[in-house]
Write a protein that binds this ligand. Structure first.
Ligand SMILES: C[S@@+](CC[C@H](N)C(=O)[O-])C[C@H]1O[C@@H](n2cnc3c(N)ncnc32)[C@H](O)[C@@H]1O
Length: 294
């Protein structure tokens, strides 16, 4: 793979079609990553500017060093922060209302592939899983120091793992022999309790649960969603791309409960078959869109 490759953006056409209601003004990209979505919109609409959030310094580095993105440096304001702080940042910038907001949740391909980040179960990477490298809590700390009950709870709540109790028990037994350092070590421990069914790795749900917990992904998402009606101008839209049912449930429920947000797509939007073939990541993507009412 090209070492400059960062991430292939998902549902570009659908994001363009549903998000853009005005071809001028500020749009927020809550999850800048490699800038794929932002770049597409900036190229297509000369009059728009992007306020880009990402909590990962690698994304900021990419913005500062990638010549394609630097061409747009006067039209991108980068906020190296968690998107849960969106209102605080917009107020600081003196841009309290925007013409649209996009969030493309989860981790980027770059984060998954990077050997130093410890996200991927088929690797000898040290367990880490922090999107924000300045944060203290890592997956290593969780796996090696949390109680059996706590681990079981995390695996059940954030992985919906039916073997949560047995896997937590096994981890606690194994770590007595020495700390569980790498992703492969953890995967092997899970595989002692749970056998593979089909192509899906038995440790998938455990890795998902740890990642969600370490990054407080659902807490950040809920706070960002709660800010949407405050930051959107009337008639502006928010488009949220989710990749698993826990995220999608929160987005669906929050949009349903919101008083001044109109749901644009009653039926969730998914990628075309063509895109699913070309970009496997798009297979689990679900897009929900709302519009700010008066
Ligand atoms: C799926 S990638 C986005 C890819 C991007 N749309 C592109 O086309 O390159 C998600 C990005 O959002 C960032 N991210 C996830 N949760 C975040 C949060 N709560 N606050 C800020 N950034 C977050 C991750 O660090 C990652 O870079």
């Amino acid at each position: 793979m090209d070492e400059n490759f960062y991430h292939l953006p998902v549902m570009l056409n659908e994001i363009d079609q549903y998000l853009i209601t005005k071809d001028t003004g500020y749009y927020v990209d809550c999850t800048f990553g490699g800038g794929g979505h932002s770049l597409y919109l900036l190229n297509k609409y000369n009059g728009i500017k992007i306020i880009a959030f990402d909590q990962d310094t690698d994304s900021l580095k990419r913005f500062n060093e990638n010549p394609e993105l630097q061409k747009f440096k006067d039209r991108i304001i980068f906020c190296h922060d968690n998107f849960r702080n969106i209102e605080k940042n917009l107020n600081k910038l003196n841009i309290p209302k925007v013409n649209g907001l996009l969030a493309d949740l989860g981790v980027s391909s770059k984060q998954l592939d990077d050997k130093t980040r410890g996200f991927s179960f088929n690797s000898d990477d040290v367990l880490d899983m922090r999107m924000n490298k300045e944060q203290e809590l890592t997956a290593y700390t969780v796996v090696n120091t949390f109680s059996k009950e706590n681990l079981q709870d995390i695996f059940f709540k954030y992985g919906e793992e039916s073997f949560s109790k047995q896997i937590a028990q096994k981890i606690v037994e194994e770590r007595v022999k020495g700390n569980i350092k790498t992703c492969n070590q953890l995967k092997d421990i899970v595989c002692k309790v749970k056998w593979a069914k089909g192509k899906i790795n038995p440790a998938t749900k455990i890795f998902q649960a740890l990642r969600i917990y370490v990054n407080d992904e659902l807490g950040s998402l809920q706070e960002m969603l709660n800010s949407i009606s405050n930051v959107l101008d009337t008639g502006a839209r928010a488009a949220i791309l989710t990749y698993h049912s826990l995220e999608d449930r929160i987005v669906k429920q929050t949009f349903k409960d919101a008083k001044n947000l109109k749901i644009i797509n009653k039926k969730v939007i998914i990628a075309t078959e063509k895109e699913m073939k070309e970009n496997p990541r798009s297979r689990s993507a679900k897009l929900r869109v709302v519009e700010k009412e008066l």
